[in-house]
Design a protein around this ligand. Structure first.
Ligand code: DOR
Ligand code: ZN
Length: 344
């Protein structure tokens, strides 16, 4: 049987929620990953060090003791976040970064930032204390086409941020376009990007052809095939600016199969297996370890993991649902066959 042994991966972009949902999804990630960057878009959001401390404790309590897993905490930027808040975050070793959600861009972003330039003193403090800024890179203007939102964010906002704060470490999260890939490649080594499994596996036809398929709906929305190909090339190139971040974003099945369905794909149940699928298809399995296990840690200036994992090339069927207390969570590729399996 074909096997692949690599250093244990980390997930540099993950939503785990709270309560029953947290109890289900965190153990899927902890089975596979040593660490994960935990997104702060709860309701209410995680905006300060104290809240992040309590949220980290809740996550640790929900994680089964057999796993050696560390949640890395992130604070949610609001219009009120001050340079003093940044200093406190820099001093808290369990806080890794701030997350910028333009207000209205996605799930639970209502308390996000409405005027980026008004926040420049706070962002200057991130540059000064070397705290990374993680960005949901989409403009939110109602008259801008949803398929153009990432490109326009890069042209109008990210370019300015990069020029104003050349030493600020930035992760452009869940890139979905060739425009984003080109921008990150030509930027300084302070700028990196995460790429999700769904944006590597699918183009926008997955959502819209043969009926509306809500489990492929996430934000930024899937784009056309030329963009997917650019993402696959970036991920499998061995370029250390691109690393694993699933953006696994669980919503109960009935809230996605809905007349106003939530955005987010649930992929954490098979983090490394889904990426292995992509890298295998691209004949680039030799590049998976750098993408999944090295480049993110290096960018965050954290040690690389010591443990190893082994994947076996063997078919297995993804469950139709996972249980969340009495309710259901539908995974990406529900009921389909995956070809790589984590050996336990
Ligand atoms: O599809 C998404 N879901 N994109 C995001 O940016 C947020 C996430 C969520 O929290 O559900
Ligand atoms: Zn996200």
């Amino acid at each position: 049987m074909q096997t692949l042994t690599i250093t244990q991966p980390d997930d540099w972009h993950l939503h785990v929620r709270t309560g029953d949902m947290l109890k289900t999804v965190i153990n899927h990630t902890a089975r596979q990953c040593a660490r994960a960057i935990i997104m702060p878009n709860l309701q209410p959001p995680v905006t300060n060090v104290e809240q992040a401390f309590h949220y980290q404790q809740e996550i640790q309590q929900a994680t089964e003791s057999q796993y050696d897993f560390t949640p890395l905490m992130v604070l949610y930027l609001t219009n009120e976040t001050s340079p003093e808040d940044v200093k406190k975050a820099a001093e808290a070793d369990f806080v890794q970064a701030f997350k910028l959600y333009p207000a209205g861009a996605t799930t639970n972003s209502a308390q996000g930032v409405t005027d980026l330039q008004a926040l420049f003193p706070t962002i200057a403090a991130m540059e000064k204390y070397d705290v990374p800024l993680l960005i949901h890179g989409e403009v939110t203007d109602a008259d801008i086409d949803i398929f153009d939102r990432e490109r326009l964010f890069i042209e109008t906002k990210l370019s300015l941020l990069q020029k104003t704060f050349p030493n600020l470490r930035i992760v452009l999260e869940h890139v979905t376009t060739k425009d984003a890939v080109d921008f990150v490649m030509s930027a300084s080594d302070k700028i990196a990007a995460t790429i999700t499994p769904q944006h590597l596996l699918y183009n926008r036809n997955a959502i819209l052809v043969g009926g509306i398929k809500p489990h492929y709906y996430c934000l930024p929305i899937l784009k056309r095939e030329t963009h997917r190909l650019a993402l696959v090339e970036a991920a499998t190139s061995g370029n250390s600016k691109f690393f694993l971040g699933t953006d696994s974003a669980p919503h109960l099945s009935h809230l996605k199969e809905n007349s106003c369905g939530c955005a987010g794909c649930y992929s954490a149940y098979a983090t490394i297996e889904l990426y292995a699928e992509v890298f295998d298809q691209a004949n680039s399995l030799d590049k998976l370890e750098g993408f999944a296990s090295f480049y993110g840690a290096d960018f965050y200036q954290l040690p690389r993991n010591n443990k190893i994992i082994t994947l076996e090339k063997i078919d297995w069927q993804v469950p139709a649902h996972y249980a969340v207390a009495e309710q259901q969570l539908t995974p990406l590729k529900a009921g389909e066959t995956l070809h790589w399996k984590l050996k336990v």
